[in-house]
Design a binder for this molecule. Structure first.
Ligand code: ADP
Length: 260
């Protein structure tokens, strides 16, 4: 992938702007700065390599050269979108899942922000926002997607098993720019309906570990354990405790782990 092959693949996608880097610290950092500096809706930052890619809680996201997709999309919420911004992570996850399904790979979403194939992490999402006073001015949707084998981090760096499209599809794995085109067109199509019940239903249907016992870890607080039940209409996660009482887990820096 280079800037010109990228532009060719994305020629039919209505981007607000495009910034391509051979190497960058973090595409989200660049996108946050660009958003604060007036980037248009659906502007995209993309890099061939990230040297300081971030996951949540400042965990490292591995993006070695020429092997993965590291992109950050800037969204400027319109009035109809504003009540539904907490669904953005689901929207992004479903868009990646749609593009995978087009390749014959049914994926699952590990709430809130990871895409799994056969229980292995194929992609991660990091959403950050730019605020003006009490209002969200823009959202940055960072997506890290493992395309080639080299994008999978060494085992010792992982808390959760990982995979790539090439590991799963061999030679029929798509080119990075072509997979990105499919993710972005799915995103645009689904964003039109971000407020619809179908978005939550589709997201819920793809939840990993549904009906299984899971543990939610949030900083130093005691872990919460329960059976993974489903989603609330704002995208919060609902567990059931041992007495069948629901426990609602809101977004935040929480991590979900299955209990073996
Ligand atoms: P989680 O949701 O699993 O708690 P994050 O969403 O914050 O974690 O993602 C960061 C973690 O993902 C890192 O700590 C590392 O274990 C793992 N990771 C980093 N890079 C990759 C990658 N390219 N593919 C799969 N997993 C990765």
């Amino acid at each position: 992938m280079n800037e010109s092959s990228l532009k060719k693949s994305l020629s039919k996608i209505n981007l607000g702007g495009l910034r391509y880097f051979d190497s960058i610290g973090s595409t989200n950092d660049e996108a946050l700065a660009w958003a604060a500096d007036g980037a248009k809706d659906f502007s995209l930052v993309i890099a061939d390599e990230q040297t300081h890619g971030r996951g949540r809680l400042d965990r490292k996201w591995f993006t070695p050269k020429s092997s993965a997709l590291a992109v950050s999309l800037i969204l400027r919420p319109t009035a109809p979108m504003r009540p539904h911004l907490s669904r953005t992570v689901g929207l992004a996850a479903l868009s990646i899942a749609d593009a995978c399904l087009k390749l014959g790979l049914p994926t699952q979403i590990k709430w809130p922000n990871d895409i799994l194939f056969n229980g292995k992490k194929l992609a991660g999402i990091l959403i950050e926002s730019v605020w003006t006073g009490e209002d969200v001015d823009s959202l940055v949707v960072g997506m890290g997607i493992n395309i080639c084998k080299e994008s999978v981090p060494p085992l010792e760096n992982l808390q959760f098993p990982a995979t790539s499209l090439e590991d799963e599809l061999g030679e029929s794995a798509p080119k990075r720019e072509d997979f990105l085109r499919d993710v972005l067109s799915a995103f645009l199509a689904r964003r039109e309906h971000i407020g619809a019940d179908a978005l939550i239903a589709d997201w819920e249907e793809k939840l990993a570990f549904r009906g299984h016992q899971v543990q939610i870890l949030a900083g130093s607080a005691d872990p919460v354990t329960g059976s993974l039940d489903g989603l609330e209409s704002d995208g919060s996660l609902r567990l059931r405790d041992a007495h069948n009482k629901s426990i609602i887990i809101r977004f935040g820096d929480v991590s979900l782990r299955p209990i073996a």
